[in-house]
Design a protein around this ligand. Structure first.
Ligand SMILES: [Zn+2]
Length: 408
C-alpha cells in the first residue's frame, strides 16, 4: 500500500488554481468564490471515494469514510484551505491533500477499519478575512457560540454567517465536537520555519504548540525641541523604548530554550528629525510551549517596562492584545508517529510549533499529533513559500500508516 505522489501534486495544483491574486501569491479568503472552488474540489474528491460529506458548525467541512463500527469515535485528519493575502501554495493545503490522499489510498486498497476516518477542512484558520484566527475550529469545538459568531464581520461589514450562506454552505450536521466523538486528531502542516532544513531533517513531529501573549505598550513623554532641550531635561519615550526592546530580547534568551519574543511594530510621534518624540507605541509578541515560562517572561517584561519608565519619569500604558495557552500534544501519538517515521526510514525531529494551528483546539478534546514538512528557507505566508513534493509525500505516508493503526 503506497500513496500516489502524482495525485498529491495534481491536488495542490488544482486547489491553487483557485486564487484571487494570480502571479502575486495565493489569496483565498474564507467563503469567497476562490475558497468555494477549492473546497468543492476536495468535496468532490471525498464524494468520489465514497465519503459522506457534512457541513459542520462554523462552516467546517467533514468528509467521513465510515468504518465497520458506525458509533465509534472518529480519527480526524486535515487542515485548512483559506490563506493569508498574497500567501503561499502550501500552508494548510498540504494538510488537506495529505489527509485526502491517505483516505483515498485506504479506500483503493480496501483497508478495513473499525473507526470512521474523517477528512476535515477547517474554516477561517488564518483570520485573514474575519480578523480572528482558528475561527472555524473555535465554533466547532464550542469555544465560540453561534450567537457570538453573528457579530463577527469582515472588512466590508459582511457577517461570517452571511458569507457562509453566500458560499452555499448551510450546516447539515449541527453537532458541536465533544470528546466522545473523537479517537484522535492528526494534522500535517508545513513547518513555516527553517529549523528542519537547517538541521537536515525532512519531517518534524510536534511535541507542543506554543502559547502566545501579545502586549501593546504606549510610553508617553514630552515632545520638545531637539536643539534647545538639555539632555537632563528631556522626557524622551523613544530612549526608554530602545532600552526596553533590548531588555525584551535578553529576557527571551534567558527564560527557556523555546522562549521567543518579538517587537514587530513601533510608531513614534511626531516623528520629526528635529523634535524629541512625545509618544511611542510598540507591540510585544511572546511565545513559549511552557505555560510557566511564558508567564514569567511576560511578567518580567512588564516589570522592566515599569522600572525603566519610572526611572525616566515617563507615563506608560500596557494593554494585553491576545492570549493563547500552550498545548502539549499526545505522547502516545507522538511515539506512534515516531515509529511510523522510522518504518519509512526517516529520523524525525521532535520540535515545538511556534505557530498556532486548529489542532491546538482539537487537542483539548482528544489525543492529537502534528507532522511538520520542511519549508524551504523557512519562508511562509508569502509567494516564495515552498515545500518539496517528496517531503509532502513522506508526511502523507507517515500519516497514512498512523491513521490505519489508530482506526483499528
Ligand atoms: Zn496553516
Amino acid at each position: 500500500m503506497t500513496i500516489n505522489i502524482e495525485r498529491i501534486r495534481r491536488d495542490i495544483e488544482k486547489i491553487n488554481a483557485f486564487n484571487a491574486t494570480p502571479g502575486k501569491g495565493v489569496t483565498r479568503l474564507t467563503f469567497t468564490a476562490e475558497y468555494q472552488g477549492a473546497l468543492n474540489y476536495v468535496i468532490d474528491q471525498c464524494n468520489h471515494f465514497g465519503a459522506t460529506v457534512s457541513i459542520c458548525p462554523g462552516g467546517n467541512v467533514r468528509g467521513r469514510f465510515s468504518g465497520s463500527d458506525e458509533n465509534a469515535p472518529a480519527v480526524m485528519m486535515g487542515s485548512h484551505l483559506d490563506s493569508v493575502v498574497n500567501g503561499g501554495q502550501f500552508d494548510g493545503v498540504v494538510g488537506v491533500v495529505t489527509a485526502l490522499e491517505a483516505a483515498r489510498t485506504m479506500v483503493e486498497n480496501g483497508i478495513a477499519h473499525r473507526l470512521p476516518v474523517d477528512v476535515v477542512i477547517f474554516a477561517e484558520e488564518e483570520g485573514s478575512r474575519f480578523s480572528r484566527g482558528l475561527l472555524g475550529s473555535s465554533v466547532w469545538t464550542g469555544r465560540l457560540g453561534i450567537d457570538q459568531l453573528s457579530s463577527i464581520v469582515d472588512g466590508n461589514g459582511v457577517s461570517y454567517l452571511a458569507a457562509m450562506a453566500q458560499a452555499g454552505l448551510s450546516v447539515t450536521e449541527d453537532h458541536t465536537l465533544k470528546p466522545p466523538d473523537l479517537a484522535a486528531m492528526l494534522e500535517v502542516h508545513i513547518e513555516q520555519g527553517a529549523v528542519l532544513e537547517k538541521r537536515g531533517h525532512r519531517i518534524g513531529l510536534v511535541e507542543a504548540i506554543a502559547g502566545i501573549q501579545q502586549l501593546n505598550i504606549t510610553i508617553k513623554g514630552t515632545a520638545d525641541h531637539a536643539g534647545t532641550t538639555p539632555m537632563e531635561d528631556r522626557l524622551d519615550p523613544l530612549q526608554a523604548a530602545a532600552r526596553i526592546i533590548i531588555a525584551i530580547d535578553e529576557i527571551a534568551r534567558n527564560t527557556g530554550p523555546h522562549t521567543v519574543a518579538t517587537v514587530g511594530r513601533i510608531t513614534c510621534e511626531p516623528a520629526q528629525v528635529n523634535v524629541i518624540p512625545g509618544r511611542v507605541r510598540f507591540s510585544v509578541d511572546v511565545r513559549d510551549s511552557d505555560k510557566k515560562l511564558l508567564g514569567s517572561a511576560v511578567a518580567e517584561i512588564q516589570r522592566t517596562v515599569q522600572t525603566i519608565c519610572h526611572e525616566r519619569k515617563l507615563g506608560v500604558e500596557l494593554v494585553r492584545l491576545s492570549e493563547a495557552e500552550p498545548v502539549v500534544l499526545s505522547d502516545g501519538i507522538l511515539n506512534l508517529l515516531e515509529k511510523k517515521s522510522r518504518e519509512n526510514d526517516i529520523t524525525p525531529f521532535r520540535m515545538i510549533s511556534g505557530a498556532g494551528h486548529d489542532t491546538a483546539l482539537i487537542a483539548e478534546l482528544t489525543k492529537a499529533g502534528m507532522i511538520f514538512v520542511a519549508s524551504r528557507d523557512g519562508l511562509s505566508h508569502c509567494p516564495q513559500e515552498f515545500s518539496r513534493l517528496e517531503d509532502i509525500a513522506l508526511g502523507c505516508e507517515i500519516l497514512l500508516a498512523t491513521v490505519v493503526e489508530l482506526a483499528n
